[in-house]
Ligand binder design. Structure first.
Ligand code: ATP
Ligand code: MG
Length: 138
């Protein structure tokens, strides 16, 4: 069993597709271990995406991620990290496979509907960034 962090980003929350996205996780065998809606500050978002601090889109990404509420979710399942990345599709929705979350709900390479941890190490940083052990009740 593996855990991964998913974020339903502000663009997808605004589009009212939280349920549609959560349904894809559940119907593909990923279990919701913890979930909440929050609004990050610019500083929170910069902290979360600190690995990207040298990238040209860093400030703009943090601005976008703090522009409205997001839903943060801990997903659990066999190969959860890869399974979630497969369901998400490529970073750029124009390149995302048909039927993936980003192909169906994302607007562009920045406002791309969802985040997913990309490795066990990332998940180990990202899950406790948002959730305390008391919130992992399921
Ligand atoms: P995420 O980490 O959000 O799951 P990812 O792993 O597919 O996405 P990363 O390369 O880690 O992609 O980039 C993190 C986020 O930064 C992307 O999801 C997207 O919102 C934004 N981003 C990536 N590349 C660009 C770009 N060229 N221009 C603008 N924003 C970008
Ligand atoms: Mg990433």
């Amino acid at each position: 069993m593996e855990q991964t962090l998913s974020i339903i980003k502000p663009d997808a929350v605004k589009k009212n597709v939280i349920g549609e996205i959560v349904k894809r996780f559940e119907s593909n065998g990923l279990k919701i271990k913890a979930m909440k809606m929050i609004k990050m500050s610019q500083k929170d978002a910069e902290g979360f995406y600190y690995v990207h601090r040298e990238r040209p889109f860093y400030k703009s990404l943090a601005e976008f991620m703090s522009s409205g509420p997001v839903v943060v979710i801990v997903l659990e399942g066999k190969d959860a990290i890869k399974k979630n990345r497969d369901l998400m599709g490529a970073t750029d929705p124009k390149k995302a496979d048909k039927g993936t979350i980003r192909a169906d709900f994302a607007d562009n390479i920045e406002q791309n509907a969802v985040h997913g941890s990309d490795s066990v190490e990332s998940a180990k940083f990202e899950i406790p960034f948002f959730f305390s052990s008391m919130e992992m009740v399921n």
